[in-house]
Design a protein around this ligand. Structure first.
Ligand code: PMP
Length: 326
């Protein structure tokens, strides 16, 4: 089991075949902006192709968003703890990172994030489901937040793990009402293409054009585009992969709850164990049981969902530490 929230399932065979085929034409450049993939995504979601920006992973796209919207001297609000790359990318853009603590149940504190907005705020990052705690905000909460955020502040909804939760409604419908919204997604998680590097974002046409303007050409390789196109079309494989991961997540969650641990419900392909001061001990115990997990010292341990043996090894690692875990 890896500890980077990768999928434990190989990509769709159709995607593998498409990448192999694309490799035979790799002497040619890809499209400048990945327009074939953008069109396919827009077609499925009922958006204009101009509203979709694709790139070599959602991390690269987030870098473009920040370079377009978070100039030096501005500030970017994000929850903490959340995705570790946020403060790094914000610093790379030369902006100031403003972390806002999660609430006591490991959810984004949207009220506090709204209150943290100042004249210098240009971007707010909302990670939903949140990495590493897995917590999911309801569509209504996000909408209420968007109502309050001033129009000059861009709200980036990072939905890297959305396929593993059951979003009641496609958040893309919010784009019509909130021109300051960007929805960031990836092929790295549920589609199992982390190594291929493909991601996409949805935005209003104006914001999408501003982001495309700062993205270097040929950012999406022809192999990644071919793999992502085939994976996007293979909806059956996606559904099967997701249900496999979700049922393993349910199994591990039940085992953790049965041991009296307080685990937040997760909408991702991972679970958060708030082990506090014992986080590093729990990580060592998991490693000793043959499973690689990610400890956030003093705070908790994130376990990426994998196969049954790995889940059982995590449970055994916990039993080896009990009763010291909080
Ligand atoms: N957002 C979140 C919340 C993530 O956890 C990750 C990967 N760990 C990413 C974005 C980046 O994913 P990628 O660049 O592979 O699309």
């Amino acid at each position: 089991m890896g500890s980077s929230n990768e999928s434990c399932i190989a990509p769709s065979p159709a995607a593998v075949a498409a990448m192999a085929d694309a490799a035979t034409h790799a002497n040619r450049y890809p499209g400048i902006t990945g327009e074939r993939l953008a069109q396919a995504i827009a077609g499925t979601l009922g958006l204009d192709a101009g509203q979709v920006v694709v790139g070599g992973g959602s991390l690269a796209l987030l870098g473009h968003i920040l370079s377009a919207y978070a100039p030096p001297g501005s500030s970017v609000i994000h929850a903490w703890r959340s995705y570790e790359a946020y403060p790094i990318l914000i610093a790379l853009a030369g902006a100031e990172s403003v972390p806002v603590a999660l609430d006591g149940e490991h959810y984004h504190d949207l009220a506090a994030m709204g209150e943290a907005i100042t004249i210098g705020t240009r971007v707010v990052l909302v990670c939903n489901p949140n990495n590493p705690t897995g917590t999911v905000l309801e569509p209504g909460e996000i909408e209420a937040f968007l109502e309050k955020v001033p129009g000059h502040v861009l709200v980036v909804l990072d939905e890297a793990y959305r396929e593993f939760s059951s979003p009641e409604a496609e958040s893309g419908r919010l784009l019509e009402r909130y021109p300051n919204l960007v929805i960031l997604r990836t092929f790295s998680k549920a589609y199992g293409l982390a190594g291929a590097r493909a991601g996409y974002l949805l935005a209003g046409p104006g914001v999408a054009a501003n982001i495309r303007a700062v993205a270097p050409p040929f950012g999406l390789s022809s192999l990644a585009e071919a793999g992502a196109l085939a994976a996007w079309a293979d909806t059956e494989y996606l559904a099967e992969s997701v249900s496999e991961v979700v049922s393993e997540r349910d199994f591990l969650l039940a085992g953790l709850l049965a041991r009296g641990l307080r685990i937040p419900p997760s909408g991702g392909n991972f679970l958060w164990i708030p082990a506090g001061a014992r986080s590093l001990d729990l990580e060592s115990s998991c490693v000793a049981h043959g499973v690689s997990v990610r400890a956030f010292p003093g705070s908790g341990v994130r376990v990426t969902i994998s196969v049954r043996d790995a889940s059982n090894a995590v449970l055994a690692a916990i039993d080896a530490l009990r009763p010291q875990l909080p």
